[in-house]
Ligand binder design. Structure first.
Ligand code: XMP
Length: 529
């Protein structure tokens, strides 16, 4: 569970109770973008956590349950005794209705997609917020609906604040208690005035001050790091990915030379990646980085192994061994820094409760040996990825690092199918580099969420001039995704693919053929192994 810090910028804060909607994290990100701190907890969190959190307002998210069904999720009763404003969104509105004496049942017509609502009764929440007026001067709003159940009877003390033709009670309010419900989703960008509505709730109704700003967050993080670490030494495994890079720059700002980074070159990095990390951090930013050149050790450990999971385990174990060796050479380290971010914390909380959506979490290189007993420094553990990027940018990290596609911990090790050979790594590095270069040249890199090349250890026949070739195959993969749980293969232009393929076959002598992966996830995964 996220730590509940009471520093000034988190003094006014919103609690979001997660009923398992795919949009819940989006609510939290919107509230933070508005400038107010919030945390997300599973809906069935123990009441004392809610009391201890002491929120200025509570938002109940949407969720997949059918309100009223046996065992369907309910908001903890304690929230109705705290005397704070509550906003229920979609399922959150329905359960609030039922728990407070109203009714909800299946809609005659389920609504998924755009809807136009009419605001009613000049509520505190929606008053003067509109996209357009109808001929009678009523405010209309374009919103995003996604529900098959709706509120059919208002609880006592509540009045109607929004309706559509299909959904007569699309919003309600109890103005005395400051309880509100919206059947539509203000957190998604399709609801044009969504941010205004959320801002109205958190600033005017919950009376939160906007203190969650980039400058304040950085100042607060630096102060917390200094307080935690004092004059002791901190060790950080720097991978060159977004999170560990931002941790490095933050710690460097806070404690300078007390930070020692270890960068393990496992021989499975992309072309020039090792020297780029060293240049950026060591040469340009003055961060103390030890480079462990362990390529041969990794290749030896991996020799002849072809099973993907076994390769992952070997790479993870080898990383720990090398990191451990380097750590033991440095005297007097008390802390280990990690790039845990808020979604990782939410995942573990969700996994603990079992009900809220659990996202795959197999990816962190974990498990340092017990004799490396360090206290953890996790400065990013309350931040979303976009906040981490903004902070990194403000602290001067290059865009190339901050906006890079995700790269798996085992690196090219899971992009060379079957046993890994140094020769295969060289071929893949060059092919991947051509693909990345061209994506960047054609401004396509930021249009896809992850792209890479895969080495296929099969040989295929080709012709070059009069010569027959019998060489390896490279697969290109590019996907569009929001959460990496599902993904659609990216519709990259044919001419672009043609150009990349020609370059790879012409410039890399051991490649005879290039293929493009047109598999979605599911059923395929994003990586090939
Ligand atoms: P899959 O292949 O499971 O990938 O669809 C989803 C996302 O996770 C990344 N991935 C990994 N990241 N260690 C990591 O750090 C791993 O072992 C690993 N396997 C997959 C993958 O690149 C994609 O972004």
């Amino acid at each position: 569970m996220a730590s509940i810090l009471m520093s000034n910028i988190q003094h006014h804060k919103i609690l979001i109770l997660d009923f398992g909607s795919q949009y819940t994290q989006l609510i939290a990100r919107r509230i933070r973008e508005i400038g107010i701190y919030c945390e997300l907890l599973p809906y069935d969190v123990k009441p004392h956590f809610i009391e201890k959190f002491n929120p200025s307002g509570i938002i109940l998210s949407g969720g997949p349950d059918t309100v009223g069904d046996d065992g369907s999720a309910r908001a903890p009763e304690v929230i109705f005794n705290l005397n704070v404003p509550i906003l229920g969104i979609c399922y959150g509105m329905q359960t609030m209705a039922v728990q407070l004496g109203g009714k909800a049942k299946s809609s005659k017509k389920a609504e998924f997609g755009f809807a136009k609502i009419r605001a009613r009764n000049h509520s505190k929440l929606l008053n003067k917020i509109s996209d357009e007026k109808n001929s009678k001067g009523h405010s209309l709003l374009d919103v995003w609906m996604s529900h098959g159940i709706e509120v059919t009877k208002l609880p006592e003390g509540f009045e109607l604040i929004a309706s559509t033709d299909n959904c007569p009670i699309a919003g309600f309010a109890n103005n005395n208690k400051n309880y509100f419900g919206l059947q539509f989703h203000p957190e998604v960008t399709h609801t044009k005035q969504g941010v205004q509505i959320l801002e109205r709730f958190v600033t005017e109704i919950c009376k939160c001050q906007k203190k969650w700003t980039t400058d304040n967050i950085i100042e607060d993080l630096l102060l917390n790091i200094k307080n935690q670490v004092g004059n002791k030494k901190v060790l950080l495994g720097l991978s060159g990915g977004v999170d560990s890079s931002v941790v490095a720059i933050l710690l460097h700002r806070a404690i300078g030379k007390q930070l020692i980074c270890v960068f393990v070159d496992n021989g499975l990095l992309r072309l020039n990646e090792g020297s780029e990390v060293m240049n950026t951090f060591s040469e340009n930013l003055g961060v103390k980085v030890i480079r462990a050149n362990a390529q041969q050790y990794f290749y030896e450990q991996l020799s002849n192994e072809s099973d993907p999971e076994a390769k992952r385990k070997i790479i993870g174990k080898a990383f720990i061994k090398i990191f451990d060796q380097e750590a033991k050479k440095i005297n007097g380290v008390n802390f280990l820094a990690q790039g845990t971010i808020y979604p990782d914390v939410i995942e573990s909380a969700g996994a603990a409760s079992g009900k809220a959506k659990v996202i795959k979490s197999h990816h962190n290189v974990g498990g340092l040996p017990d004799d490396l007993k360090f206290e953890l420094v996790e400065p990013l553990k309350e931040l979303f990825k976009d906040e981490v990027r903004i902070i990194g940018e403000k602290l001067g990290l290059p865009r190339k690092i901050l906006h890079r596609h995700p790269f798996p911990g085992p690196g090219l090790g899971v992009r060379i199918l079957g046993p890994i050979k140094e020769e295969f790594v060289q071929i893949l590095r060059e092919a991947d580099n051509i693909f990345m270069e061209e994506l960047n040249n054609q401004q396509l890199y930021d249009k896809v969420d992850q792209a890479f090349a895969v080495f296929l250890p099969v040989k295929s026949v080709g012709v070059t001039g009069d010569d027959r070739r019998y060489d390896y195959v490279i697969a290109l993969r590019a996907v569009e995704t929001i959460d990496f749980m599902t993904a659609r293969w990216a519709r990259l232009p044919y001419d672009f693919l043609d150009h990349v393929s020609n370059r790879i076959i012409n410039e890399i002598s051991r490649v005879s053929r290039v293929v493009y992966d047109v598999s979605g996830k599911p059923p395929a995964t994003i990586e090939w192994e």
